[in-house]
Design a protein around this ligand. Structure first.
Ligand code: GLP
Length: 259
């Protein structure tokens, strides 16, 4: 796993956008997208690269990590709608190529299986972008999720519902259930790129990078992946014990491998 420490959130976002840009230039055609506030700087910089540097998403398929059960795609807080507003509307990614679980499917379990199959048919995902919850969740795989899990129906913890209430009119409006890619599903992407910024993420980042691989910190599966990059700002890096080593690595990259 590589840890990249950037001065601030904006710089971290630009770094991750650069990784995605490079993957697309190399011919990657399947992209894994995440929601939440962490990737917003990434999406802004991808839009800028599209406008100013000719980065094209033509022919790219994008798969979302998760979706709230019960929210139609037209709901402003459905992840389909969030990704449309924050990214797709600003680049040339064909909206019909953006794939998310359907939150209003009559049988969510069946919908989870359908999504898993669609992903397997189009995959593997090239770069999978990830945020992280303060409890170490990725996608909506809460602590205790099986490390071997596949896309499925999950129940949110009250902590996660409280964290996400800021996007809704109040806690009672936050759905209790979600469909999320499983940890093993996520692990099939060729390159996992996690972005975390701000002091509230420092504990989860330390557990992910330097703690044991454990279902209690779902993001710790990155340690099992052959190509995982964790991009953090100084605040989110604050609890990492091996910071000097990560900085040393970053300043001694082989030619052509820097960020
Ligand atoms: C939600 C999403 C996750 C995201 C997390 C953190 O729970 N399902 O994919 O990583 O929020 O959100 P934020 O980036 O806003 O802190």
């Amino acid at each position: 796993m590589e840890v990249v420490i950037r001065p601030d959130a904006e710089d971290a976002g630009r770094t991750v956008a650069g990784i995605i840009h490079h993957a697309i230039l190399e011919g990657s055609k399947t992209l894994g997208l995440a929601t939440g506030s962490s990737p917003l700087g990434v999406y802004q910089d991808l839009a800028r690269r599209h406008r100013q540097e000719g980065l094209s998403f033509s022919g790219v398929d994008a798969f979302l990590l998760d979706e709230y059960v019960g929210l139609p795609p037209s709901h402003p807080q459905s992840y389909s709608q969030v990704i449309r507003r924050e990214l797709v509307d600003h680049i040339n990614l064909d909206p019909t190529r953006v794939h998310a679980p359907h939150g209003t499917a009559s049988d969510p379990q069946q919908e989870a299986r359908r999504f898993e199959h669609a992903l397997a048919a189009a995959g593997p995902v090239g770069v999978q972008l990830l945020g992280i919850g303060v409890n170490g969740h990725i996608g909506f795989n809460e602590p205790g999720s099986s490390l071997a899990s596949r896309t499925r129906l999950k129940t949110l913890t009250d902590d996660t519902r409280r964290d996400n209430a800021r996007f809704f009119g109040g806690l009672e409006e936050v759905p209790r259930h979600v469909i999320t890619q499983g940890l093993a599903t996520i692990g099939e992407a060729s390159h996992l790129v996690l972005i975390a910024t701000g002091p509230h993420k420092a504990h989860a980042v330390a557990a992910t990078v330097e703690g044991p691989v454990s279902a209690q910190c779902p993001a710790s599966i990155l340690q099992l992946h052959p190509h995982a990059t964790v991009v953090v700002d100084e605040l989110a890096a604050a609890r990492l014990e091996q910071q000097p080593y990560y900085r040393h690595i970053a300043s001694h990259k082989p030619p052509g491998q820097g960020y």
